[in-house]
Design a protein around this ligand. Structure first.
Ligand SMILES: *[C@@H]1O[C@H](CO)[C@@H](O)[C@H](O)[C@H]1NC(C)=O
Ligand SMILES: *[C@@H]1O[C@H](CO)[C@@H](O)[C@H](O)[C@H]1NC(C)=O
Ligand SMILES: *[C@@H]1O[C@H](CO)[C@@H](O)[C@H](O)[C@H]1NC(C)=O
Length: 185
């Protein structure tokens, strides 16, 4: 009776998996700090919505009303890119983005972007959306993941596409078009 023999590999594996499942369940049950919830208990109603957000950013680095400032600089940099620099920006817009970016490549103008869109009007007023990703600014389209949010954007996920609309090489000022596709409840 090969199937019931304790030395049979699949039977042994099954026993081990069952034992580990039981001990995991026991551990979860005895955890005072975790419990299972149904999504509806948090007011999360399926199906999730897919929203498309479209807006432009005015990134002003030189001139009167600067919206982005460099706050850190690497002691040494390569000639081709200001590698290691960190800037903080607060662009005035319908959607008020608060973000920080770091120049994260030695060979090209590539930014590590970490930014929040704080919605200040419309149906998303008071909610925020967080984006984190790599932004090689001279590429035609840059895709960055939406990693979450707050308010109506709790559990949000998706991606943002950035396209440079205008870029002034002399001043560094830019207008960037954003298309954001996001799943949320
Ligand atoms: C800067 O902001 C002030 C106040 O909002 C405004 O009056 C002025 O026109 C702006 N200047 C430029 C160059 O955008
Ligand atoms: C957005 O929400 C804030 C806080 O609730 C409120 O003060 C403000 O008037 C709202 N803005 C718009 C444009 O609805
Ligand atoms: C969204 O961000 C704004 C500005 O930082 C903050 O005041 C607000 O509380 C945030 N909303 C939520 C739902 O966390």
């Amino acid at each position: 009776m090969a199937e019931n023999h304790p030395e049979h590999p699949s039977a042994t594996a099954f026993l081990l998996i069952a034992l580990s499942l039981i001990s995991t369940l026991a551990a979860v049950e005895s955890n005072p700090f975790s419990r299972n919830l149904s999504p509806s208990s948090l007011g999360l109603k399926k199906p999730e919505k897919l929203s498309h957000l479209h807006f432009y950013f005015h990134d002003v680095v030189t001139g009167k009303n600067v919206t982005a400032v460099r706050v850190a600089k690497a002691p040494t940099t390569t000639k081709s890119s200001p590698f290691g620099a960190v800037a903080v920006m607060d662009d005035p817009w319908t959607i008020s983005p608060r973000w920080i970016y770091a120049l994260a490549s030695q060979t090209e103008a590539s930014l590590l972007m970490a930014f929040n869109f704080a919605f200040v009007e419309g149906k998303y007023n008071g909610s925020n959306l967080s984006v984190l990703g790599r932004n090689p600014v001279f590429s035609a389209v840059r895709e960055m993941p939406v990693i979450g949010g707050s308010g109506v954007f709790r559990f949000a996920r998706g991606y943002a596409e950035a396209r440079t609309h205008t870029f002034d090489l002399k001043t560094g000022n830019a207008v960037v078009e954003y298309n954001v596709y996001v799943f949320h409840y």
